[in-house]
Ligand binder design. Structure first.
Ligand code: NAP
Length: 244
């Protein structure tokens, strides 16, 4: 069957591990990136060396036309997108009263409008086939709220609402929509917080450490697989027990 998986924000961090895990599961993978072309191309080269079909595509998920072009290109090169992982995301730290329009708008555009753009771009094929799977990468802060990351947490809570609503709306069409809510994971997004904050977050995590991108990717690969054929509308936390 000709089909592919699209992972947004897959040049590094969680998205990169997700793309690699999906390729291992047998999916041809489209590796989306924003700025890091070399990193995305090196992942594609790695996957091809393992005998997997893969391609890289630059697109800002906030740009609807760019996302539509990416979905068309992936369909031509690898097969129609039947698995979408909305992973691309950005964070901002700071007091809510200091948050300006630019940061607020960009957080919403990438973290919430981005998944909207990608889901709407892949839906026509999925609805036509009555088959498909979407996994959204939210965050434990979207479940719990986060001081000094209110806008980020709001976008991630919104993504959970979108997941649950679309799971209900699309279930009759045979399309599953789930969410993974990572805790603190060793990526650039957490590295920029500094060593002291990272140590504090590890201590606050019941399992006593930060997670790895590969551990989040395992949760995504499970939800994307036939092993999860009867699971939709769920939020699977991969957070070392942070939120219990
Ligand atoms: P990261 O290391 O900062 O990597 C972000 C990835 O997203 C990069 O591949 C980047 O591409 C891409 N990206 C950023 N903006 C984009 C845009 N507008 N369009 C397309 N791609 C874009 O992040 P991460 O830690 O792996 O996080 C991945 C996801 O997990 C995010 O949604 C994040 O909110 C969520 N999450 C992370 C953690 C954590 O602890 N790390 C916890 C909970 C949730 P380029 O490199 O090409 O710029």
């Amino acid at each position: 069957m000709r089909r592919c998986a699209l992972a947004t924000g897959a040049s590094r961090g969680i998205g990169r591990a997700v793309a690699a895990a999906l390729a291992r599961e047998g999916w041809p993978v489209c590796v989306n990136y924003l700025e890091r072309r070399e990193a995305a191309e090196s992942l594609v080269a790695e996957l091809r060396a393992q005998g997997r079909a893969a391609m890289a595509f630059q697109a800002d998920v906030a740009d609807r036309e760019a996302v539509e072009a990416m979905v068309r290109a992936a369909a031509e090169a690898l097969g129609p997108v039947e698995l979408l992982v909305n992973n691309a995301g950005i964070s901002r730290q700071g007091l809510f009263q200091d948050l300006g329009d630019e940061d607020w708008d960009r957080l919403l555009a990438v973290n919430l409008t981005g998944p909207r753009n990608a889901i709407q771009a892949v839906l026509p094929h999925m609805l036509g086939e009555k088959r498909g799977c979407v996994v959204n990468i939210s965050s434990m802060w979207g479940l719990r709220g986060a001081s000094c990351e209110a806008a980020y947490a709001a976008t991630k809570a919104g993504l959970i609402g979108l997941t649950r609503s679309l799971a209900l709306e699309l279930a009759p069409s045979g399309i599953r929509v789930n969410c993974v809510a990572p805790g603190c994971i060793e990526t650039d997004m957490v590295r920029i917080l500094g060593e002291d904050t990272r140590r504090m977050l590890a201590e606050e995590t019941p399992l006593g450490r930060l997670g790895t991108p590969e551990e989040v990717a395992e949760a995504v690969a499970f939800l994307a697989s036939e092993r999860a054929a009867f699971i939709t509308g769920q939020v699977l936390a991969a957070d070392g027990g942070f939120i219990v």
